[in-house]
Design a protein around this ligand. Sequence first.
Ligand code: 15L
Length: 272
Amino acid sequence: MQPILLTGASGALGRMLARELAAQGHRLRLTDIVPFPDALPEHASFEAADLNDGVTIARLAEGVSHILHFGGVSIDMQFETVFGPNLRGLYHIYEAARREGARVVFASSNHSIGFHLRETRLDADCAFRPDSFYGLSKAYGELMGRLYWDKHGVENINYRIGSCFPEPRDRRALSTWLSYADLARLVRATLAAPRLGHAVIWACSANPAGYWGEDHRDRIGWQPQDSAEAWREQLDHITTNDPAIESHQGGPYCAPGYSRAAAPTANAFDLP
Ligand code: 15L
């Protein structure tokens, strides 16, 4: 079995996937800009790398079957901070995949389409409406996947991740939550799929209040099994008074000051 390269291995989702994939017997090459905080799983190695460093990314990708790209800036920040890891870094990932004939699994985000209104049910071929520099970088990553499939036959799958946390945290997450278990099953289905082409998946659990419809999940045979609905009573009142936040799918990232805050913030509740 060829190894798998996992970027962003030291982040919350990376650590969970490293554990899960190692338990399934995969050989893993883990990388992140910060050290891996856990004990290394069996058959895994770790090397710190900056996504700006294309030579190191190319070396780490030698001989892999898949690049699971969960690295880069994972919340909105100022443009210059997002630019290197999320735009130049994506190019390094796709060039490495092209050279190796590897598939790319890209952790995209709902923030690539965050300015759609909450009452609009979206299919995967909807227009990009990024809500932040971060969301713009995710739209760019999906389009890079489109380019490398059309031009070089690099297969790729783009997970438009909603809110992937151990539990949903506010009313919006009743629509956008993705459980860790559903993400782990999604990756498992992806790795086993005979054909991906260029695919886009709404990566959220089976939430009855979900915003999203058609995508390419039939290609990989994935169906989410969890739901945020059980948290409704606890979370229904956790909202803000800001209409820009509450009317758009991207929530807090849609606030005009969001990308401009001196210190990056992850939640509406952190805004000054
Ligand atoms: C994301 O893309 C972020 O990585 C995460 O921190 C959350 O903000 C999530 O979106 C969300 O929309 O809840």
